[in-house]
Design a protein around this ligand. Structure first.
Ligand SMILES: [Zn+2]
Length: 467
């Protein structure tokens, strides 16, 4: 234990004993604690509070504080209240200079002097302290920011503030909910993306559960998540939005799921439905994977093992051709030459690349031509059932695929990025049991633009570089 900034003359063990004690304050204790320190009061900066003695206890600052209020009316009758002693409580505040801070607050107890009043005594409150009394409001806001903007787990934030998980989650809820519920958060959406993500993976005694996420494709912000993955949940969600908001949406991006497409066509009759590149290529990637696994099994008689030629290229085969370097190309070609005697995998891989060209085409006419090349390629390999299925699926979604070139193409990549973020939040939370908490955490992490205040530079210009 060491003594703090201001009061080095005080009797250290006695002060510590008083700070740590839980019984009501005695008058002589208060005198010992309250040589108020202007410096520490300014540093703490809580309006209406003064800081008395400051003690360092096992790496934490314990600061004795009290309010300066002297004039208080009885909440029952308005008569001027009289003091009725104090009660000490500990409140966790933001760290100071990297050290945790505990405010030891000698709360006033007030009494109504009017014998006819029903209000007998009450304890003072401060709007700078959270309702539970465990945290200052700014500490609660910081917990919310750490969890929401920095992606920290609630358990991690709770540990760093020395409070329970429930207290930390309550702070996230109290400060996060108004941010999530703010009506302007979802204002002005022009392109809407709808996608499913896993909420809980299947376990021994349950099936996988899914949620449907709505994304603003221009800002990349997650607008909302709802339980389930049916067209119904999308229609219900759309109907809960104001009519002008719905009318403002000109593009809705979808995956190859009829339920969502029908829901969006119904709920947003004026919007253009687009299958974005990410989802179309995901279909083609699944085809490549299926063909690879089947070929592997047919040629080797077992599922992929580490040294199998096709197993070794399972990820390379899904990388876009233009992103392969020469070593990647060599591995891919070697894998196909040694592991794909029927040429089915090579044909599926080319189908995937032809489909990607539809999206990379410079305009609608070029996209149409690219789609025709894709169909021709698939037709010459119609003995491969997976390729035939892919061609049929793409043909069924042709209008939505070509519509990509009639829109501003804003959707590209956004859905994928949001999906990755969602998955990250789910992992940090080690799976969620409560959908309510899951939705709040997702929207705080992916649905809000956090404003980080800019910090002034302490040097006017860059230090001169050394040679
Ligand atoms: Zn009263």
């Amino acid at each position: 234990m060491r003594f703090g900034w201001a009061d080095r003359s005080t009797n250290a063990p006695k002060v510590l004993g008083i700070l740590a004690a839980s019984q009501d304050c005695k008058t002589e204790d208060l005198r010992l604690l309250f040589n108020s320190s202007d410096g520490a009061t300014a540093l703490i900066g809580m309006a209406g509070f003064v800081v008395g003695v400051q003690v360092e206890v096992e790496g934490e600052w314990w600061l004795s504080v009290q309010t300066t209020t002297e004039l208080v009316g009885c909440p029952g009758c308005g008569t001027r209240a009289v003091g009725h002693g104090r009660r000490r409580v500990k409140v966790r505040d933001l760290p100071v200079s990297g050290r945790p801070v505990v405010l030891v607050w000698a709360k006033r107890i007030w009494r109504c002097p009017d014998p006819d009043c029903d209000t007998k005594t009450w304890t003072e409150r401060s709007e700078l302290v959270e309702p539970g009394g465990l945290l200052t409001v700014r500490a609660g806001m910081e917990i919310c920011r750490l969890v929401g903007a920095e992606g920290m787990s609630v358990a991690g934030a709770a540990r760093s503030f020395g409070v329970s998980w429930a207290a930390a989650m309550a702070a996230v809820d109290r400060h996060g909910r108004p941010l999530v519920d703010a009506p302007d958060r979802t204002a002005g959406v022009r392109s809407l993306g709808v996608d499913e993500t896993t909420f809980r993976h299947a376990g021994p005694s349950r099936r996988s559960e899914y949620v449907t996420g709505m994304v603003d494709l221009n800002s990349g912000l997650l607008l909302d998540v709802v339980p389930g993955r049916s067209g119904r949940v999308v229609i219900d969600w759309l109907q809960a939005q104001p009519e002008p908001w719905r009318a403002g949406i000109s593009v809705a991006a979808i995956d190859a799921f009829r339920g969502y497409a029908n829901a969006l066509a119904t709920g947003l009759p004026t919007a253009t439905l687009v299958m974005d590149c990410f989802h179309a290529v995901a279909l083609a990637n699944r085809t490549v994977d299926k063909v690879r696994r089947r070929t592997q099994h047919n040629t080797l008689g077992h599922r992929g093992r580490r040294d199998d030629p096709l197993y070794k290229i399972r990820r390379l085969a899904l990388v876009g051709a233009e992103r392969l370097n020469s070593s990647g190309w060599n591995k891919l070609i070697t894998g196909i030459e040694t592991g794909d005697p029927t040429g089915h995998l090579a044909a599926a891989w080319i189908a995937k690349e032809e489909l990607r060209r539809v999206y990379k085409a410079p305009g609608p006419a070029a996209a149409r031509a690219a789609l025709l090349r894709f169909y021709l390629h698939c037709a010459t390999h119609d003995q491969v059932p997976e390729i035939l299925t892919l061609a049929n699926t793409i043909s069924a979604w042709e209008p939505q695929i070509l519509a990509y070139h009639d829109t501003d193409r804003a959707s590209n990549g956004t859905t994928e990025a949001v999906n990755l973020l969602i998955e990250k939040v789910r992992r940090i939370g080690h799976g969620f049991r409560s959908f309510h908490n899951y939705r709040l955490r997702l929207l705080l992490a992916c649905g809000i633009q956090w404003q980080t205040p800019r910090v002034a530079r302490i040097r006017g210009r860059q230090p001169r570089s050394v040679a």
